[in-house]
Design a protein around this ligand. Sequence first.
Ligand code: 5GP
Length: 120
Amino acid sequence: VAADTGAPTIFDKIISKEIPSTIVYEDEKVLAFRDINPQAPVHVVVIPKYRDGLTQLGKAEERHGDILGHLLYAAKLVAEKEGIVDGFRVVINNGPAACQSVYHIHLHVLGGRQLKWPPG
Ligand code: 5GP
């Protein structure tokens, strides 16, 4: 289980394109790319390009409202692009007890199969 040390993460290297990824959507504020270990036929990770202290949602402050809203909007654009807008799930794993492994806030956009509830 990973801990939130505030150190740079692998996502910085994905943003700088030092590590290749399959980009699904990109604008000036966010990047969306395919998860390397997909849990559904569509599994896209959406991240802010500038982390601004948001290692995890639990660190959010009022100033983060704009980027948090934009991340959610980008998730919808990804769902549209991927053809799953009629049925998809957005997940944020927050902290060790939720198995967060990368401490650069991110949304998972999942779809393309029947998603069970509760997820477990
Ligand atoms: P978390 O477990 O922190 O909510 O999600 C982190 C996600 O990032 C995991 O689903 C993991 O598969 C994905 N991931 C980790 N490293 C890489 C990488 O180098 N490339 C890509 N495309 N995804 C990654």
